[in-house]
Each structure stands twice: as C-alpha cells, then as structure tokens.
Design a protein around this ligand. Sequence first.
Ligand code: FAD
Length: 404
Amino acid sequence: VERCIIVGAGHGGSQAAVSLRQEGYSGEIVLVSDEKDLPYHRPPLSKSYLKTPDAEGLVLRTEAVYRDNAVELELGICAERIDTSGKRLVLAGGRELEFSDLVLATGARARMPGLPGMDLDGVVTLRTMEDARRIRAAMPRVENVVIVGGGFIGMEMAHSCIGLGKSVTLIEAAPRVLARSVAPVVSAHVEQRSRSVGIDLITGAQLAAIHGENGRVAAVSTADGRRFDADMVVMGIGAVPNVELAADAGLEIANGIVVDPNLRSSAANIHAIGDCVSFDHHQLGTRVRLESVQNATDHARHVALALTGRARPYAEVAWFWSDQGDMKLQTAGLSAGADNCIGSGDPEANAFSVYHFSGQRLVAVDSINRPADHMIARRLLAAGISPTAADIAEGPQRLKQMAS
Ligand code: FAD
C-alpha cells in the first residue's frame, strides 16, 4: 500500500497533507486528528477570537480543499499506537490503518503545574478551539482574570481580557515578561505599555496556591504572600510536546521527537514536524524545539519534499509574531546565544526594532510595529548578510539595499 498517514491536523499536519499532493505524491493521504473541528488557525484564539468569535473564518482550509486534493480526513479520533514493524497505526476503538509513511504532527499541549486547585471551575488553559469556546462562554460571568505566565499567550490573553473590560492581573515568575524570546528592552516596552492600559503586571512572583469556594476558583496567592481575587485563572506557563505516541513506539525523544536534518525520526518511514519535534538548528548548532506557525508549516513543506524524493536539509529562517493591544511584535531568527544588540527606531512612538548579534553576525531581529524591518530582517538572515552598526544607523533603506 502507498499511503501516508499524518497524525495531528494542526498547522503542520494540514499543510503537510496539501503540500504532499502539490509535490506530486500519488499515494493515499490520511489526516488523523483527535480534534473534531476542521483544522483551524490557532493564533487568533488568544487574540481576536474572544472579542469577535468567527469560528468559520478560522479554518485553515475548507473541506473542499481536502476533497480536491484527495486527502481523507479522520476527525475526532485519537491515534493510539504505532506498530512500527508492521507499519500500522492503531486508532481509538481498535481500527488499524496500514501506512507506507507516517508523519507525526502531534503538536504540544498546555503545561499544567502540579498545584492544588488546578481542577477548580474557572481554572483554564488555552490550546484548542474547544478551550477557546469554553473560555468565551464563561466570560460574561467573569470580572477578575488572573493570568499566570508572561509568555506570548499570557500577554495576548491579558490584552484581550482588558479589551473585554475585565480587571486583569498577570503574574510572571521571571524578572521580565517574554524573557525567553525577546531583548530586555522589548520586554520593558511591553511591560510599560501593558501597565498603561491597566494590566496589573507582576514580575518575579511565584504562584503558590489557587483558592476555591464551592468548587469555583476565588483567588490565587503568590509565594511572597500576596492574594488576588479571581473568577478565572488562565494558566499560560508554556507547552509540553505530545510525544507519548512516538515514545511508546520506541522513537528517540529529547524534549520532542528527535529528527535528523530531513525531519526523519529514529524509526524507518516515520517523520515528525512542528511543535512536537526536536531538531538540530542550522543557525544555533544545538537542538531546539520551536513553537510557531512558521516552523510547523515550513517543516510540513519540507517533509512533503522528502517524501517525494527531494529531501534536503531543513534550514529555514525562524520567525514569529504576536499581537498585544496596539503592539504588533515580530521576531526573525533566534536570539538565543546573541551577545550584543543594536536598537533602531523609537520606543516612545511604539515603533522600533532590536538587532541581535553573535559577535559580528546578525542572528535575530525583534520588531514592534515595524513590519518592514521584519521582512527585511528575514531576507538578511536567509542570505546570511550581517549589517554593521553604521548600516543600521543609516536606516531601513540601507538595509533593504543590502537584502536585495
Ligand atoms: P498543533 O497545531 O498543536 O496541532 C497538533 C494536533 O495534533 C492537535 O490538533 C492535537 O490535538 C493533535 N494530536 C495530538 N496527538 C494526537 C493523536 N495521538 N491522535 C490524533 N491527533 C493528535 N504561533 C505563531 O507563530 N504566532 C502566533 O501568534 C501564535 N499564537 C498562538 C496562540 C495560541 C493560543 C496558541 C495555542 C498557539 C499559538 N502559536 C502561535 C503557536 C502555533 O499555534 C503552534 O506553533 C502551531 O499550532 C504548531 O503546529 P503543529 O501542527 O505542530 O501542532
């Protein structure tokens, strides 16, 4: 049988199915998802969805696209086991599907801290459309929202909830928000602007307990003894990769399914893509697991090439965006390991970029409301071109010139 089964129909899985066909894959394509919804855009769930719920507008592709590409959709069913030697995938309920190739695109799930009170009504996480529907349905009864975690999802949710007229407290354990992803000056800007719209933003504080009344959340307290009323607590403390299916089948795991530069796992005929994958990054020279739409969709296109006989090492520029109130934040490249940076633009005007360097080499650019800088940065990074401080000081025209 020539059949590629893709497990997980998020950004990666859906793209892989369509790309496979576009690249000329002639076998059957089956896309298995444990979610009931037609594959959809995840990023709006923490951004526009709470304010203007338009579930239909969120679909990645209409049903017709899958039909026209002869992609068989198996929605609302969990893949439970991989029989690697028999090349079979076992679905919930016992149905078995034979495959010639398997692509694991199982993504990640929200991390849950082991704290008492996590099971109280009103304590939520946000990963799926179903989560977002639940949060939206509860909103009319909510006045005080506490958000735990100042990563991208936490910050976006804080701004979305403020936009809905809620009273919002955000608790971050690290000394600054978005610490893993952006320059300190960007974190400081985001913090200042978030506070100015009324978010009670608390850094360097550890969540200690969640308190309930009659089964519902009522407050949270921090390790330093502060207490905050809460009708809803959003846990935004990161994601853990869904690797259990792969691990049970004996595939190598290291904070994600380990893949080679062609996204092949340690098992024959099994590739893995997106949030669930740990791969050697061409720029960093270390293993990373990235969580972004860009990474998932570029991995997907790449695996489609590999499965149609045109494998080449994965080496795309990482990029990401996040919308928080009146800030459109974009990053290009990865700033981990950078040792100096240069600013450009005007934080006062809420429009600036930060260029990260490792020695003389440009490795990443964070931008706030500077989409043109972001696009140029992606081209510079892709071409391996590093501007000097003088080039940056000269302005976007100079950088654009260098990138073209
Ligand atoms: P996912 O999209 O997570 O899809 C994996 C799918 O596999 C899921 O549907 C899961 O249920 C399913 N699955 C898992 N195990 C099984 C199984 N055994 N059987 C069947 N199905 C299974 N990224 C950005 O770049 N920009 C943003 O602004 C941004 N905002 C975000 C906002 C939110 C609220 C969230 C949650 C994420 C956001 N992200 C953003 C991250 C981005 O959505 C992810 O990086 C992307 O979805 C990863 O795609 P994926 O296909 O690897 O995994």
